[in-house]
Structures are given as structure tokens and as C-alpha cells.
Design a protein around this ligand. Structure first.
Ligand code: NAD
Length: 479
């Protein structure tokens, strides 16, 4: 990829200017170099964004659903037309290989196509009271101005999963992208403007002071909803703030996905899908397989084959051809990952491959497989967010389920077995919001994405996704 092309893609980002004129730097995690400066919103800028969202709410809610849907459809098309540039930009600010960024742009755009189709299907109901003497009417209306807060790991898709249904439902919004990766969101906002989204409906506030900037919004009764994707500790803090005015809340939080391989599993498929579930996004995903629990009769073979596959992956700058694994997002994130590996090794885990930093520029860490991981290793309990696969064993189905459920998180699990009865009874018993049955990827715009326990609540995507942005009103009718 030529440096000129990279520069041209970055230069096209509308980087925002706010009244105060201050900026913050966005870095390329593969080099540590600054890509560009972005306008740094203050609390006053955020309140101005809420002023705009509030001012335009009634008019936007009254805009025909077909018009709202067609704006989303046009944005879907523009994203696909520009996928190559959007993918390069995403790789530059976030690090993942360009092919993965391209897949994210496609996935992100699909939320716009899906919700373009949902915009015209917001129905209520009409029924006769059980006693027969009256009628019951329900209508579903936009909840009102929303605050949408997104993380750095999927800079575009975590936005479109919220923006798509908000637009379809007729809500205005303030979007606060992650400080580390605001560029993809700024390009997305520009595409929506080009697709015909009226001014004031979507207001992006990039900032280096997240808490200070969003705090006044939670205190303002004009805000009606917050949808947050990020870590569980920050989610808990925002829940407290949301209680001031009892906001509608959606929380997509952290995970600790167990990947269960039973003795009867197709081991080829399990290894293939383990690579997908672990290594997509360099492991920096809430649905990344975090811990591999494998039946003791096949654990050694599974770990050895997984290590062989992971050792063959090419680590490097995501813009280079043939790279499978980019850098981690920051030096801090790499320190966390390294610390978790060192802890497991000090407690007896065996390194089959990796276990070390790569290169002396950027934040690269080698794809790592650990075998014989003891139950007290910290990385079995903590979201790793890196390319590290710890393999532990179980003796029977009860132990597999008990160990998988022994976590405060409950986002997703992966189960590999050829026995239908076992598959369905394990699926029923696992405390998760999503489950991959003989597959390592669950994300799908047509499906309800979300968790239970401390992974949060609310669903994004599917027919359920738009409900997060609608309030039900019931009218008792006397005929
Ligand atoms: P994070 O919680 O640090 O930050 C997420 C967002 O919240 C960012 O925009 C950040 O600037 C903002 N933020 C941080 N502190 C804030 C505060 N006090 N007030 C308001 N906003 C604040 O998370 P992250 O490191 O960006 O993302 C990684 C986490 O996100 C992981 O735990 C991952 O599992 C989770 N995640 C969950 C899902 C899901 O759908 N469940 C998807 C992707 C990521």
C-alpha cells in the first residue's frame, strides 16, 4: 500500500472543528505515529449537539418511514462503493488487516440495509378486550434523542448497529466514538449526510475527555436514551448516571466466551473455527473465544493443531499483503495481554507457540497457544482482548457446562459436538445471550446480538434491534 494512498485516505476525513479549537491526535498502532488531529469536543459542544438533536427530534420523527429507510439504503450503497478506502482508513487507525477491515465495512453496511427494511415495518396492534366491551390499541414511537457510545475495536460496525435502528425508528442522536478510532465514524457521518440525512439528526462528538463530555448529557432531561458498547466497568458507571432521569438503556458489554470441544466433535472443524473465533480482530473482540475447554481425550491433539495454525499466521502491518495479524490497539493493551500470559505460565501453563512481543515498532504480540492452563490462571476469568488461546480440559458434560458458566459474563459460547442431544441440552444450560453451534462466528445483522449477566442487556440487529429505540404507547378505546 503506498504512503500516498494512505495519506490521501486520511486527508479526506472531515476531522471536525469545535469552538474551542483544541484537537487530539489519532495514532497508527502499527507504528505509533500520529495519523492526524481531530477536533476535541468539550462539554459545551456536547450540549450543543443535544440542542440540535432535541430541536430536530419532532420533525425527524414525523419524516416518512420510507424516506428514513431510503436514506439508510443509500448509505449502505455508498459504504459498499467506497469499501476499499473505508477499509484502509480503518486499518490505519485500528490496526486490523485490510481484508478484515473490508469485512467489517461490509458487515457494518448490512445493518443499514437491514434497518432500511425495518423502518417501514414499525407496527402496532389493535385487538378486542377479553371482555368484548372495548378495544386495545398500541403504537410504537421513537424514544427521542439518544446518546450512542462506541468502542475502538469495531470502529464502524459498533456504530451502524446503533445508528441504523435509531434512524429507522425516527430518533435523533449524539454519537461519541472511541478516542482511539474516531476517523471511521467521522467518515460514516459524512456518508450519511451525503445519503440525505438532515442536519441535526446525527451529531458526532469526538473527544479525549469522555466522562466530562457525556456527564452533562446524562444530567439533561432532554436526553431519553443511552446505548453503550464497551467495557463492563464503564457500563456500570453509565447505568448510575442514567438513573438520574431514568433513561432507556442498552448495554453491550464485555465477554469471556468459552469454546467447548467435546470428545465427539469434528476436530478439523473445531480447529478451523477456533482460529476464526480467536483470531478475528487479533482477539480484540467481545465475542472472541477467550478460553478453550476441551475434553481431556482430545485436548492435546486440539492444542497441538491449533498451535500449528496460529504459529503459521503472519504478523505485520495490516496494510501489507498476506498479513493475518495486526498490532494490538495500544502499548497498554499489549502490557495487559503479556501480563496475563506471564501469570498463566508462572502457574504452570505451557507455551506451545508465541508468548512474546513481535518487532520493535508498534504494539505487536505473537499468536499464542497455552496448554495445560490451570484453573487459577487469571486469563480464564478475564477478557484477554489479544491473540492468546488458553486450553484447559474437562472430564464430562457437567464439568464443561459448570466451568463455562463460572463467569460473571454471559455474552457468547461456542460448542463443538456431533451429538444433537448433547448440543441442544448444553445450549439450554449455558448462561449466554448467543451460542455458536459448530461454528466460530455468530455476528449477523439479521440476528439479535447481546448478552446476559454482566455482559449487559438489550439486543442489536434482528427484528429485536429496533425495539431498543421505540416506546410502546397503549390506548384504551371505548367504542
Ligand atoms: P471502554 O469501556 O473503555 O470504552 C468504550 C467507550 O466508552 C469509548 O467510546 C470510551 O471513550 C467511552 N468511555 C469511557 N469511559 C467513559 C465515561 N466515564 N463516560 C462516558 N464514556 C466513556 O471500552 P473499549 O476499551 O473501548 O472497548 C473494549 C470493551 O468493549 C471490551 O470490554 C469489549 O468486550 C467491549 N465490547 C462489547 C461489545 C458487545 O457488543 N457486547 C462489542 C464490542 C466491544
Amino acid at each position: 500500500m503506498s504512503a500516498d494512498r494512505e495519506r490521501a485516505v486520511v486527508d479526506r476525513v472531515p476531522t471536525c472543528t469545535f469552538a474551542g479549537g483544541t484537537t487530539f491526535a489519532v495514532e497508527d498502532p502499527s507504528t505509533g505515529e500520529v495519523l492526524c488531529e481531530v477536533g476535541d469536543a468539550t462539554a459545551q459542544d456536547a450540549v450543543a449537539a443535544l440542542d440540535a438533536a432535541h430541536e430536530h427530534q419532532a420533525e425527524w420523527a414525523a419524516t416518512a418511514p420510507r424516506v428514513r429507510g431510503e436514506i439508510l439504503r443509500r448509505a449502505f450503497e455508498l459504504m459498499n462503493e467506497r469499501a476499499a478506502d473505508l477499509a484502509l482508513l480503518m486499518t490505519l487507525e485500528m490496526g486490523k488487516p485490510v481484508a478484515e477491515s473490508k469485512a467489517e465495512v461490509t458487515y457494518a453496511a448490512e445493518f443499514f440495509r437491514w434497518f432500511a427494511e425495518e423502518a417501514v415495518r414499525i407496527a402496532g396492534r389493535w385487538s378486542t378486550n377479553p371482555s368484548g366491551d372495548g378495544r386495545l390499541l398500541t403504537m410504537r414511537q421513537p424514544v427521542g434523542p439518544c446518546l450512542l457510545i462506541t468502542p475502538w475495536n469495531f470502529p464502524m460496525a459498533m456504530g451502524t448497529r446503533k445508528i441504523g435502528p435509531a434512524i429507522a425508528a425516527g430518533c435523533t442522536m449524539i454519537v461519541k466514538p472511541a478516542q482511539l478510532t474516531p476517523l471511521s465514524m467521522l467518515m460514516l457521518a459524512d456518508i450519511l449526510r451525503e445519503a440525505g440525512l438532515p442536519d441535526g439528526v446525527l451529531n458526532v462528538v469526538p473527544t479525549s475527555k469522555a466522562g466530562d463530555v457525556t456527564g452533562p448529557l446524562f444530567a439533561d432531561p432532554r436526553l431519553r436514551k443511552v446505548s453503550f458498547t464497551g467495557s463492563t466497568p464503564v457500563g456500570k458507571k453509565l447505568m448510575e448516571q442514567a438513573s438520574q432521569h431514568l433513561l432507556r438503556v442498552s448495554m453491550e458489554l464485555g465477554g469471556n466466551a468459552p469454546f467447548l470441544v467435546f470428545a465427539d466433535a469434528d476436530l478439523d472443524a473445531a480447529v478451523d473455527q477456533a482460529v476464526v473465533a480467536k483470531m478475528r480482530n487479533m482477539g480484540e473482540s467481545c465475542v472472541a473465544a477467550n478460553r478453550f475447554h476441551v475434553h481431556e481425550s482430545v485436548a492435546d491433539e486440539f492444542a497441538a493443531r491449533l498451535a500449528e495454525r496460529m504459529a503459521a499466521m503472519k504478523v505485520g502491518r495490516g496494510t501489507e499483503d498476506g498479513v493475518d495479524v495486526g498490532p494490538l490497539i495500544s502499548a497498554d493493551q499489549r502490557d495487559i495481554v503479556r501480563g496475563l500470559v506471564d501469570d498463566a505460565v508462572s502457574k504452570g501453563a505451557k507455551v506451545l507457540t508465541g508468548g512474546e512481543d513481535v518487532g520493535d515498532r508498534g504494539y505487536f504480540y505473537a499468536p499464542t497457544v497455552l496448554a495445560n492452563v490451570p484453573p487459577d490462571a487469571e486469563l480464564l476469568r478475564t477478557e484477554i482482548f489479544g491473540p492468546v488461546a488458553p486450553v484447559a480440559t474437562f472430564a464430562d458434560d457437567d464439568e464443561a457446562v459448570r466451568t463455562a458458566n463460572d463467569s460473571e459474563f454471559g455474552l457468547v459460547a461456542y460448542v463443538f459436538t456431533r451429538d444433537l442431544k448433547r448440543a441442544l441440552s448444553v445450549a439450554e444450560a449455558l448462561e449466554v445471550g448467543m451460542l455458536g453451534l459448530n461454528r466460530g462466528m455468530v455476528s449477523n445483522p439479521a440476528a439479535p446480538f447481546g448478552g446476559v449477566k454482566e455482559s449487559g442487556f438489550g439486543r442489536e440487529g434482528g427484528v429485536e434491534g429496533i425495539d431498543e429505540y421505540l416506546a410502546v404507547k397503549y390506548v384504551a378505546v371505548d367504542l
